[in-house]
Design a protein around this ligand. Structure first.
Ligand code: PLP
Length: 225
């Protein structure tokens, strides 16, 4: 695709987001984070040139490599992957705009120690395993509200902004919808929360219809479906 064709292609993705958000609420605003984990720095630059600013990676080393290669561009970097304890310092060195996958109280405490030592803040989302899948990270939905409040109380250097979830891994739309509704219901119970991050290339319209206001789109934004 040349630049003009790519722009038309992205316009169409944006149009799909627009239609879905209006189905939820006319005043609902949705942000697209382009997940670049399968894409090169050149591909990120091409998407930047047609207007995309927020990008995300799921491996700390990739986030580090791509954000430093592209440091001259005014990009906003998100980290959406599972964070191992031994990678905390590397992530904090990069100081991402938002960490989507805070998935346990234990990790929050580890982060808090390192953040305090550096006298820095980290904006983060609590990841919820809303379909209770073995293969997924995140806190159980029943425990989510309490854990969220506990992190707020015990980790003053973590600024929780809301929740993140990955839709149920199934072809059954009813089950996927239910997993998004579970996350959205938790989000609504959190005082001051402003971000509900859910929806990927295969299920973003459904996620937005269930109240998502941040979609993490990888393959579709880079035309790799
Ligand atoms: C890869 C990834 C995405 C994007 O996936 P696509 O299906 O390519 O849109 C979103 N969120 C997380 C946490 C990911 O790891």
């Amino acid at each position: 695709m040349n630049k003009e064709e790519y722009k038309l292609y992205i316009d169409d993705v944006i149009r799909r987001v627009e239609f879905a958000r209006v189905r939820f609420d006319e005043k609902h605003i949705v942000k697209i984070v382009a997940i670049s984990k399968y894409s090169t720095a050149d591909e990120i630059k091409a998407l930047y040139e047609i207007g995309q600013r927020a990008f995300g990676e799921n491996k700390v080393q990739d986030l580090k490599a791509k954000s430093s290669t592209l440091e001259e561009l005014p990009l906003e970097w998100h980290f959406v992957g599972n964070l191992q304890k031994n990678k905390i310092n590397n992530l904090l060195d990069i100081n991402p705009a938002l960490f989507h996958a805070l998935d346990s109280l234990e990790l929050a405490h580890e982060l808090q120690k390192k953040l305090e030592a550096r006298d820095m803040m980290l904006e983060a989302l609590l990841q919820i395993n809303s379909a209770k899948e073995e293969s997924k990270h995140g806190v159980m939905p029943e425990a989510a509200v309490d854990i969220y409040k506990q992190i707020q109380k015990e980790c003053p250097n973590i600024h929780l902004k809301g929740v993140m979830s990955i839709g149920a891994h199934t072809g059954d739309e009813t089950i996927i919808r239910k997993s998004f509704e579970t996350t959205y219901n938790i989000y609504k119970q959190l005082e001051g929360a402003t971000i509900c991050s859910m929806g990927m290339s295969g299920d973003f319209e459904l996620a937005i219809e269930c109240g998502s206001n941040m979609v993490r789109l990888g393959s579709i934004m880079f035309n790799k479906l």
